[in-house]
Design a binder for this molecule. Structure first.
Ligand SMILES: NC(=O)c1ccc[n+]([C@@H]2O[C@H](COP(=O)([O-])OP(=O)(O)OC[C@H]3O[C@@H](n4cnc5c(N)ncnc54)[C@H](OP(=O)(O)O)[C@@H]3O)[C@@H](O)[C@H]2O)c1
Length: 264
């Protein structure tokens, strides 16, 4: 299927690596002009060069910390200034800190709330006026399988991202008639730096090797392997396209069958 994103403008957060990077690449492959953001300028420049080379699409680079409200407002303003409009928001950032429910302290909670709850609302609030101006848009929030099933040491991931699920449903009601569709995509275990670091943490806690811990994650899935970032990015590409014209307010898993609920 051709997602045909030619002349669309997308902002992708956390896009120098991992899932964000894969989303930027897929949207650019489909013809979108992409604005990519993360904190480390050098990594962003490298990612931008590689995406330009492999796709031929325009890439705008914005280095900044998406935990900060002012970064988000400036990222959206500068992107619109640069490309003239905004069609697609892929709301993705770093994950919340590792924490257990009983012991998560004020600092861990505060970081998680900025990064994994307020971030999504701030991106939407900044982006929606531009989408309304041109009669529509797409918002895709990258969350986590923790909204379906807890993972040890990721208590704050589920606690904050559940709020985004509810927020996105309310938002989808408010902006649907303006042609703006809002959906959540939840990765299970997709190979990235963060996923490897989290798995190493789990391996250390269990006294096993990283390879054994990765195999354990693979064994939790129906497919029998961990996923690749682009396996999530293709769904994001579809949801960003005009082909996904009757899907809003939903939450979808990309987890190879890992989550143990029947309805998802
Ligand atoms: N991979 C998985 O299997 C998986 C599963 C469930 C949920 N997730 C969630 O999906 C999101 C992406 O994960 P990933 O696996 O792609 O992680 P990753 O490989 O660590 O990549 C994270 C990206 O976000 C950027 N970033 C981190 N903190 C940022 C901040 N405060 N402001 C701006 N950019 C920031 C990083 O660059 P800088 O460090 O240079 O800023 C990097 O480009 C996370 O929220 C994660 O919790 C991933």
């Amino acid at each position: 299927m051709d997602f045909n994103l030619k002349d669309k403008v997308a902002i992708i957060g956390g896009a120098s690596k991992g899932l964000g990077r894969a989303c930027a690449e897929v949207l650019a492959q489909e013809g979108a002009k992409v604005a990519i953001c993360s904190r480390t300028q050098a990594d962003l420049e490298t990612a931008a060069d590689e995406i330009r080379k492999s796709t031929g699409s325009e890439v705008f680079v914005y280095a900044g910390d998406l935990d900060k409200h002012e970064t988000i407002e400036d990222l959206v303003a500068k992107t619109v200034e640069h490309f003239g409009k905004l069609d697609i928001l892929v709301n993705n950032s770093g994950g919340p800190p590792l924490a257990r429910a009983a012991t998560a302290n004020e600092e861990l909670w505060a970081t998680s709330i900025q990064r994994s709850l307020l971030f999504f609302a701030r991106m939407c609030r900044a982006g929606i006026p531009h989408m309304r101006k041109q009669g529509g848009g797409r918002i895709i929030n990258i969350l986590a399988s923790t909204v379906y099933q807890p993972i040890d040491n990721l208590a704050l991931s589920g606690a904050t991202r559940m709020g985004v699920v509810s927020y996105a449903k309310s938002l989808s009601d408010e902006v649907g008639k303006d042609g703006i569709l809002v959906n959540n995509v939840c990765p299970g275990a997709l190979l990235s730096e963060r996923m490897l670091a989290n798995t190493q943490n789990r391996a250390d806690a269990q006294g096993i090797t990283l390879e054994e811990a990765l195999q354990a994650r693979a064994d939790e899935t129906s497919i029998g392997r961990v996923g690749r970032p682009e396996e999530l990015a293709y769904l994001v590409g579809f949801l960003a396209s005009d082909k996904a014209s009757y899907i809003t307010g939903t939450t979808m898993l990309v987890d190879g069958g890992m989550v143990r609920s029947v309805l998802s």
